[in-house]
Design a protein around this ligand. Sequence first.
Ligand SMILES: NC(=O)c1ccc[n+]([C@@H]2O[C@H](COP(=O)([O-])OP(=O)(O)OC[C@H]3O[C@@H](n4cnc5c(N)ncnc54)[C@H](O)[C@@H]3O)[C@@H](O)[C@H]2O)c1
Ligand SMILES: [Zn+2]
Length: 379
Amino acid sequence: MNSTKKHGKRALVTGGAGLIGSHITDLLVREGWTVRVFDNLEPNTHKRGKPSWLNPDAEFVQGDIRNRDEITAALRDTDVVFHEAAYGGYMPGIAKYVDVNSLGTALMLEVIREENLPIKKIVVASSQAVYSEGAAECPQHGLVFPEVRPVEQLRRGDWTVHCPVCGGETRSVPTPENAPVGGETVYGLTKMDQEKLVLLWGKQAGIPTVALRYSCTYGPRQSIFNPYTGVIAIYCTRLLNDLPPVLYEDGEQTRDFSFVEDIARANLLAAETDKLDGLPVNVGSGKGVTIREVAEQISEALGIRIAPQAKGEFRPGEMRHLASGTARIQAAGYKSQVDLATGIGRYLEWIRAQSDVRDYFSEAETILRAKGIVHSVSK
Ligand SMILES: NC(=O)c1ccc[n+]([C@@H]2O[C@H](COP(=O)([O-])OP(=O)(O)OC[C@H]3O[C@@H](n4cnc5c(N)ncnc54)[C@H](O)[C@@H]3O)[C@@H](O)[C@H]2O)c1
Ligand SMILES: [Zn+2]
């Protein structure tokens, strides 16, 4: 740790070897923080072990968030915790999500209290996956919060989000933080646990906390080995292997994408301002883009023209549309800086420099179907 412009602030970045954590680390180091990265190098994400991008000016500690001694040691001499470590995406397990995300977070908080550690703030990575169907607008009833679409409806190939009052068709609008939460997937449920544990514990312990609900995040270093998460990474590896990107539903569902450096900036802001303390806070661009459009943009940028394939499959619990309502974080001074086209370009530049960009998705597809995570419409 020999950065030049130290200002005395010390950070612990859990999951700091991953996509978001490593970019937070780089930004903090540039800003003069002393940074410790704590990461177990989860094999699903880090197939080749320690990644080359670990910042040489940060301390790296390999350890597991579920190990009391390891997390206790890592928390020493820390002012701010950026808690990014998590098990994520649409992976087939159930217990591991609860173990790593829910219990891991609980253990970390317990250690801070038991050891009376002088932590000044915790910023926890939450997700837009905590929302159900997000916010929508009904021509008759205005702003509504529809419930998750029933599996029976999806089986019929009806992807519409209906108004909870009149059953009419709705239009998606940006989802504000006060929309109903709960999590409709195992992952979403455990992100909810993490967020609630940190926020309510922070109030009890008198430690400022912020839960950042990230939108779909992408960028250099996104695991090219993990077929279960990161649609941009998956579509890139599919196309580079001359395979079509697979669209769930009809590909017209929308997501809000954030370039990873924007997410890192949001973390720094959350650490430095007190305007967001005690709150769940959306971080995103505020704009929804269809998944089909994303597939087409990547194919265009790569110059590999293979049309995406919609096979009539869907993932129960997945929301149809989600754009983040970003009024809260904007009021604290945040603005996303990297648009999707620029961000995809940056990602492709990075992926082209990687060797062995294999398609892991084909194999995963079979597993996802067998475990009931991906379903087909009834013929
Ligand atoms: N990428 C997204 O689109 C997105 C969206 C919303 C929220 N998030 C959240 O942001 C955080 C970071 O996600 P990411 O995209 O950088 O994922 P990532 O998989 O690239 O990084 C997570 C890191 O956590 C580490 N980790 C996993 N289990 C651990 C354990 N038991 N102990 C210690 N370290 C462990 C992994 O090795 C990995 O380096 C996660 O909490 C995730 O749920 C991500
Ligand atoms: Zn209505």
